[in-house]
Ligand binder design. Structure first.
Ligand code: NDP
Length: 459
């Protein structure tokens, strides 16, 4: 067991991520008695301790219906602020002074990647890197080369055991459920191959647009924002072989191994789209060729998956918000039971609903009522919220793990490099993006790519 961190430092404490995710996570950890250490916010904005507490309270209230005052007071008593420029050595000297009693602080870099280098060097210069852990957010670089460069920067100050790379999908209980589903159930594992599975679809759809962050989004696009990290993580969990044992190293090795078997994506099997009106948003270039939608076909070069296409799509301003994996099984070897009159034969589907209201829906064939021996699809469905109760939020688990020095839910450098290798051929394609109307499933060409997508369950 690694020793638990005895201080938390949030760089970029005035920002969006801290307010949306990290304050609520710190509050939850305090509530669960997992956090009673100094929490130091760092930013250039001239906030004092009281402003920090006020902002923390506001974000906890936004994330929860009610606030437990005793818990919040416990968190507030640990909060303090350091304002300073990241290029100024005295910022780090003040931090080192504040952390003089901390043996294992954890540093969360909730700042734009452009300032990672200065912060890491600043921490190293005052001797804090040598005894601390560092948490970095996605996007981890912009491509393979810049992600390696970023890794070199981090590793110059922190050894690999102390670097925690967040892809928060790995922290989501619903996503981890894919792993549990596959390896805790005997039922489906024998069918989990190209003999029985026809194709697999992954959809990560957002009903909303850029939410006031169009300027940032325009430099990123859907492939870098979501496909390279979240979607490929989901594919890895669906497609991976069983790890050699139940330890962290074996899990991460199995995850990296399946990514190594994925062929680079091909521009010919990729459709990039941009919703109408995107170029009029503040901060977006008038001739922007950034994709707000991408659909593609992926193949896994392994005996298990030979000939099984994985269709992936993600986009903004789509008809609903959902994250789903649909596993489509092949038809029975002999067709004895026809589909109900007037309907097409439907395949068995196993649908993992990974977003809000997560659960599993299995579509099977049942005998349709009446004299005819024919079948129609019916659903077997479970909502995990009702069946299992409250699950933890991703950031709460990830912070808790990083404080314990546990790497299970963090990406290895190699995993991230493999992900960049896979998406490399479709980054920055010169071909113009195809326009689509808001509230549709992207450009018409995307529909043809998968020969028809299974519409996600929308709520
Ligand atoms: P913000 O754009 O909100 O920036 C965070 C803080 O960084 C700002 O409040 C600002 O604080 C400081 N900052 C901004 N620009 C600079 C600069 N040029 N130099 C130094 N400091 C600067 O970022 P987010 O909170 O949205 O994201 C933080 C990190 O997390 C990023 O790496 C982002 O990619 C990643 N991320 C964010 C997600 C989100 O939901 N927001 C989701 C996933 C990843 P001040 O001016 O007070 O110093």
């Amino acid at each position: 067991m690694h020793m638990r961190s005895d201080a938390v430092v949030l760089f970029g404490v005035t920002g969006d991520l801290v307010s949306k995710k990290l304050f609520p996570a710190l509050y939850e950890l305090t509530r669960r008695d997992r956090l009673n250490v100094p929490v130091i916010g760092v930013a250039r904005s001239p906030w004092d301790d009281q402003q920090l507490v006020t902002m923390a309270r506001k974000s906890v209230l936004e994330a929860n219906d009610e606030i437990d005052e005793e818990t919040f007071d416990g968190l507030a008593a640990n909060l303090s602020m350091i304002s300073g420029d990241y290029a100024d050595p005295t910022t780090y000297q003040r931090l080192a002074e504040r952390l003089r009693d901390a043996e294992r602080p954890v540093f969360y870099l909730a700042i734009p990647p452009a300032v990672f280098g200065s912060v890491v060097e600043g921490l190293a210069a005052v001797g804090l890197a040598g005894r601390g852990r560092v948490i970095v957010e996605k996007p981890f670089g912009r491509d393979l080369e810049s992600s390696r460069e970023l890794d070199r920067t981090l590793r110059a100050a922190f050894d690999s055991e102390r670097v925690f790379r967040i892809d928060h999908y790995l922290g989501k209980e619903a996503v981890e459920g894919l792993y549990a589903f596959r390896f805790a159930n005997r039922l489906f594992e024998p069918l989990w191959n190209n003999e029985h599975i026809d194709n697999i679809q992954v959809t990560l759809a957002e009903a909303f647009g850029t939410q006031g962050r169009a300027g940032f989004y325009d430099t990123v696009g859907a492939t870098r924002d979501v496909l390279q990290n979240h979607i490929l993580q989901v594919v890895a969990l669906i497609a991976m072989e069983a790890p050699a044992s139940d330890d962290t190293t074996a899990f991460r090795e199995a995850e990296a191994a399946v990514l190594r078997q994925i062929a680079p994506l091909s521009p010919e099997s990729t459709v990039r789209g941009q919703y109408a009106g995107y170029r009029d948003e503040p901060g977006v270039a008038a001739d922007s060729n950034t994709e707000t939608f991408v659909a593609t076909r992926l193949t896994v070069d392994s005996p298990r998956w030979a000939g099984v296409p994985f269709y992936l799509r993600t986009g903004k301003s789509l008809p609903g918000t959902a994250t789903e994996v649909v596993v489509e099984f092949k038809q029975p070897q002999r067709s004895l039971i026809p589909a109900e009159r007037g309907t097409a034969t439907a395949a068995n589907l196993l649908r993992f609903r990974l977003g809000r209201g997560d659960g599993i829906t299995m579509s099977i064939q049942a005998k349709s009522p009446g004299a005819e021996v024919a079948s129609r699809p019916v659903d077997l469905s479970v909502d995990f919220g009702s069946a299992l109760g409250r699950r933890q939020e991703a950031y709460e688990r990830l912070l808790d793990d990083a404080m314990d020095g546990q790497h299970l839910r963090f990406a290895r450098a190699e995993t991230i490099e493999q992900e960049w290798r896979i998406v490399a051929p479709i980054l920055d394609l010169p071909a113009p993006v195809l326009s689509y109307d808001k509230g549709t499933w992207g450009p018409a060409d995307a529909e043809a790519l998968a020969g028809g997508w299974h519409a996600p369950y929308l709520r």
